[in-house]
Design a protein around this ligand. Structure first.
Ligand SMILES: [Zn+2]
Length: 66
């Protein structure tokens, strides 16, 4: 379960509700409700499944502006 990090939105989504993609600054999904970027980290499960976990803020990718 993901929670939109937009303070005024905070909608909750299942992984199947969102599209996770890499826009060049790390994996993220855009909230279907408000469009906010929510960054996630990818994990590979023991059984070969792919899991995503939401991370605070954004990945440390240097001085790239939003
Ligand atoms: Zn949102």
């Amino acid at each position: 379960m993901f929670t939109c990090r937009n303070q005024s939105c905070q909608a909750q989504w299942e992984q199947s509700d969102v599209v996770i993609k890499n826009e060049g600054q790390g994996l993220l999904f855009r909230c279907p409700m408000c469009g906010a970027r929510n960054y996630v980290e990818r994990f590979d499960g023991d059984d070969g499944s792919v899991l995503y976990e939401q991370i605070e803020g954004r990945p440390d990718t240097g001085p790239m502006a939003e």
